[in-house]
Design a protein around this ligand. Structure first.
Ligand SMILES: [Zn+2]
Length: 111
């Protein structure tokens, strides 16, 4: 795969130059990285290390930009989840000052 990879964007379905997109946002891999910012992969013979999450040519620049807006919103909240004001109400949890729609769109974008 070269630097200019053209194909059908998996979101808008237009034939465009595709970005080397993360399948799962990079910030969600942070807890599994070691001190050298690498994660060991499940060995298939020999142990292998990865320093970035799994990526593929998936989205065009426009779609990547839309999804990155939700990721930009969610990432700092997830990283400081221990500081959130969470109230338990029966079997539900209420989290103040978080925009539900942005969170839901972020989760849907990974599907
Ligand atoms: Zn697109």
């Amino acid at each position: 795969m070269g630097k200019n990879y053209f194909d059908k964007c998996r979101l808008c379905q237009n034939d465009k130059k595709l970005c080397f997109s993360h399948i799962i946002p990079e910030f969600l891999f942070l807890p599994i990285y070691d001190e050298k910012h690498r994660a060991s992969m499940i060995p298939r013979g020999k142990t292998r290390y990865e320093q970035k999450g799994i990526r593929e040519y998936l989205l065009c620049g426009d779609c990547e930009q839309i999804i990155s807006m939700w990721e930009t919103y969610v990432s700092p909240i997830i990283k400081s989840i221990q500081d959130l004001d969470i109230t338990r109400l029966g079997d539900q949890y209420i989290i103040s000052d978080v925009q539900y729609a942005n969170f839901k769109l972020f989760q849907l974008s990974m599907l």
